[in-house]
Design a protein. Structure first.
Length: 201
């Protein structure tokens, strides 16, 4: 991954919203849930801070590089989070699902609050309220396999320095009427899983 090559050996690196999957390159990890015992037990151990990612206890520019993987789509107040992220870190990596990936994966229907896209011309992130357009078909494990084959179709990744430009659009988009084919796909996938004809990765 190119982003990892941007991290210098002397950089202070923070991973926000990491759960038990913090990048090995990070030395400080943050989550709203308590994973302190887990991060004490790994080798080498990491400094774990339990905190709301929108309101952290860190100083301005305390970190050289921040990692934010699949968290911004969950945040109710993304403006607060991105302002906090650029306050405590000088640069960083942000990863989030594409609109297609967000729709296809089961569990995202209620967990995710926003669609996130990138305006390449303006150089900023665009947030719009999450609306389920097509029925979710794949489990998270199956999506992991698909992501290996179609990495640029299910996730988007950006690198930022200094400041994160963004726009919050609160207008809810009304999804179009979907063809009946999409409506039956989840039921077909469920039947295949029950018959064990569909390999679960």
């Amino acid at each position: 991954m190119h982003a990892k090559s941007l991290i210098k050996e002397t950089d202070r690196v923070i991973d926000l919203g990491c759960k038990k999957e913090a990048w090995p390159e990070s030395d400080t990890v943050v989550d709203i849930d308590d994973y302190s015992e887990y991060y004490k037990s790994i080798n080498p151990p990491k400094k774990f801070i339990q905190a709301d990612a929108c309101n952290t206890p860190f100083e301005d520019d305390e970190f050289d590089f921040s990692i934010c993987s699949h968290i911004i789509e969950h945040i109710i107040t993304p403006a607060e989070f991105l302002n906090e992220l650029s306050r405590i870190s000088k640069s960083g990596y942000i990863e989030f699902p594409t609109l297609l990936g967000d729709n296809l994966i089961r569990g995202n229907e209620t967990e995710h609050k926003w669609f996130v896209t990138v305006d390449d011309v303006a150089g900023k992130l665009i947030f719009t309220p999450k609306v389920q357009i097509i029925p979710a078909i794949f489990t998270a494990r199956e999506a992991g396999f698909l992501e290996e084959i179609f990495p640029n179709n299910l996730t988007t990744a950006i690198y930022w320095e200094g400041k994160i430009d963004f726009e919050i659009n609160h207008d809810v988009v009304t999804p179009p009427e979907i063809p009946k084919f999409w409506k039956v796909l989840p039921k077909m996938a469920k039947i295949l899983r029950l018959l064990k004809l569909h390999k679960s990765y």
